[in-house]
Design a binder for this molecule. Structure first.
Ligand code: ATP
Length: 216
């Protein structure tokens, strides 16, 4: 019997989500569709090691609440087919979480799951600078989101390079429609009182409106 067949395919999309936006949601849904994932866990980071250079604007509880609202919006639209699930593991740890530690923990805790760790192309290019990348690649299949043909060629080359420096790594491309949005842009637009309703889920927009000091 092939045990792999019984494993639940589970995507993990971590991010600061300050705030969560349509690019994140699209990335999670595209991964679920392209790789037949049963679930995609949206995991707001607690204290991400690579973002120490700037303060995260919203509090952990606010980023968690906005992520939950975005998931509810998706459920309204897709019903039972919505694969998104909130994962509060890293945000509740209240200390820097390294991806390899989180993923080793999930592998121990959920032997019935196969994990797909979803990252942007830019993050994949820097993978060897992450903490213990050789341990991370043993815990999951990495899905790297590409947004253009140029991205795809650069990533293909990088993946070939990683196959010799990170033995056993399984890195696959995730073909995203281009969504030109970042949380930085949203925070900036909010500061300038510009509309953001086309960039974030409706209930996240309503939450920010209800808490006007959040990104003022
Ligand atoms: P910030 O602008 O504050 O740095 P961000 O919008 O890049 O934030 P993060 O929470 O840092 O969002 O991102 C989490 C993941 O989502 C990263 O892997 C990032 O590459 C990816 N991502 C962010 N925006 C998009 C987008 N528009 N399309 C595809 N992937 C995205």
């Amino acid at each position: 019997m092939n045990n792999k067949k019984a494993l639940r395919k589970t995507g993990i999309l971590g991010g600061t989500f300050d705030p969560i936006h349509n690019g994140h949601i699209q990335m999670a849904l595209t991964a679920a569709k392209e790789y037949g994932l049963d679930e995609v866990w949206l995991m707001p980071n607690g204290s991400p090691p690579h973002k120490n250079d700037r303060l995260i604007t919203a509090k952990p509880s606010e980023r968690l609440a906005m992520t939950q609202l975005a998931i509810e919006d998706c459920r309204q639209e897709m019903g039972e087919k919505c694969p998104l699930v909130l994962c509060d593991y890293e945000i509740k740890r209240r200390r820097t979480s390294y991806s390899y530690e989180t993923m080793e923990h999930f592998n121990d805790l959920y032997p019935d799951r196969e994990f797909y760790f979803i990252i942007g192309a830019d993050s994949l290019m820097d993978l060897t600078l992450w903490m213990e990348p050789e341990r991370l690649v043993k815990t999951c299949i990495l899905l790297a989101a590409v947004r253009s043909g140029k991205d795809e060629r650069a990533l293909d080359e990088k993946i070939r390079e990683y196959s010799s420096v990170l033995p056993g790594c399984d890195i696959r491309l995730l073909h995203m429609p281009q969504i030109d949005v970042s949380a930085t842009e949203i925070r900036q637009r909010l500061k300038e009182n510009l509309p953001v309703d086309h960039l974030i889920p409706a209930s996240v927009n309503a939450y920010i409106k209800k808490h006007p000091s959040l990104y003022a």
